[in-house]
Write a protein of this length. Structure first.
Length: 445
């Protein structure tokens, strides 16, 4: 009998397996597809690989702004996709090597919970029954396909298929202006695809700070991406998306391809016999990542709380700590989120939208990113914005950025929120000069 069984080999699953074996627990990890989960195989890593190629191509096209002339800049999209696949294979092998080095028993196959008791959990995989004292569910999430008229008769793309195409379409309509939708919008548009985005909300990137989101939308509109906000898609056909706009008019967009980016939902396959209590978004857990069953835990997208790989990693660490008797609770106060568009968007903590809704007392300090000399040197013609939110005690409670490299800068604000730094304490941090990170200090004065 194993001390711990883990279902799902994504960031939560393989992190938990590594931590558990390091703590002396005998561990078995089940993964029905490839190690690394959605993040490595059809999410975080492949999209960022493609987006980096897009960024290099974009830089070649606008190089004259920096005194660099690239004649007849071109790209080979099939080679770009092949490089993406190579990187995924390399990182996948790295995770497997780490599991082997950590003495984790990895079983490839679909795991189904057969029987449950507080003394023993039985899991069936590849016609073999495995027994464990504790179970950690890291089954992740899957693409949510909304119930739209005609969807069952159309060959649409989801993020999974969009990563695999080797020939770009002439045009694409993206249904959903969230993180996934905006990253693909930037990718396809950069490579010359006519790109339209249809979003149900009145702004892209909910629930990011709306001011920051509006700045990204304005930048993308300037580049040529068209947005249709506050709309409801009523029907899709093979080459058409039909929707009702914010003035209650029916409109039709003709397109070669349709990409549905309407979100994701937790994967609960094989867990029926547990009869777990569910929340509105997924499996219900407490602050220790414990489910409604004493020896069953959940981490990652299956909880539906924060569908981010780095959140999943931390949740897995907390779950393993609880299993081995270390008192630790999950804290979502400072979880950064990034949109890897060009320019990048990043945020952590409270948004101004949230604070409005809570009728909270707060103050705002914001400054264009151009107050950083390094930003000006590396982002010709870009403005960007650094927006910091403080509570009534002048402690940092939210930070939101648009401008490269926001994805790298946001960690500083995350630490400041985690440590409850106030304005005066934050001012005393020493930033290297010149660095874009200095924008935090400039914004404080």
């Amino acid at each position: 009998m194993f001390d711990l069984a883990i279902i799902g080999g994504g960031p939560a699953g393989y992190t938990a397996a590594e931590r558990a074996t390091a703590q002396g627990l005998s561990t078995v990890l089940f993964e029905k597809n490839a190690m690394g989960g959605v993040c490595l195989n059809e999410g975080c890593i492949p999209t960022k690989t493609l987006l980096y190629s897009a960024k290099l191509y974009h830089n070649a096209l606008v190089g004259e702004k920096y005194g660099i002339s690239v004649q007849n800049a071109s790209f080979d999209y099939a080679k770009i996709v092949a490089r993406k696949n190579k990187i995924v294979r390399k990182l996948n092998a790295g995770i497997r090597a780490k599991m082997t080095a950590g003495n984790v028993n990895v079983v490839t196959g679909k795991a189904v919970v057969q029987n449950y008791s507080e003394q023993k959990i039985e899991i069936l995989c590849n016609e073999t029954v495995f027994e464990a004292k504790n179970l950690l569910l890291c089954t992740g999430s899957q693409t949510f396909v909304p119930k739209i008229k005609g969807v069952e008769n159309v060959e649409f793309l989801t993020s999974r298929e969009a990563l695999e195409i080797k020939e770009l379409p002439a045009s694409i309509v993206i249904v959903g202006g969230g993180v996934i939708g905006m990253e693909f919008a930037g990718l396809f548009h950069t490579f010359g695809v006519k790109t339209d985005v249809v979003e149900m909300a009145n702004e892209i990137l909910p629930p990011f700070d709306s001011e920051i989101a509006a700045l990204l939308r304005a930048e993308y509109q300037k580049q040529g991406i068209e947005f249709f906000l506050n709309t409801k898609v009523t029907e899709i056909q093979q080459d058409k998306v039909i929707f009702i706009d914010n003035e209650n008019n029916e409109k039709t967009l003709e397109t070669e391809k349709i990409l549905l980016c309407a979100g994701r939902k937790p994967t609960l396959d094989g867990l029926k016999n547990l009869n777990l209590e569910l929340s509105r978004n997924g499996v219900k857990v407490d602050s220790n990542m414990q489910t409604s069953l004493r020896n069953v835990y959940a981490a990652g997208d299956i909880t539906g709380f924060s569908m981010l790989a780095h959140t999943a990693v931390r949740e897995a660490e907390v779950a393993v700590s609880q299993i081995v008797g270390i008192a630790e609770a999950m804290n979502y106060e400072a979880v950064p989120a990034v949109v890897y568009t060009n320019p990048e968007v990043a945020g952590v903590g409270k948004t101004e939208n949230e604070l409005w809704g809570e009728n909270a007392v707060y103050s705002v300090k914001k400054l264009p990113m151009t107050f950083s000399g390094r930003f000006v040197a590396e982002n010709e013609g870009g403005n960007g914005l650094c927006k910091l939110l403080f509570d009534e005690k002048e402690r940092l409670i939210g930070a939101h950025l648009i401008g490269n490299p926001a994805s790298e800068l946001i960690a500083t604000a995350t630490l400041a929120i985690k440590q409850h730094l106030d304005i005066e304490q934050f001012k005393k941090l020493i930033f290297p000069h010149p660095s874009v990170g200095e924008i935090f200090k400039e914004t404080l004065f």
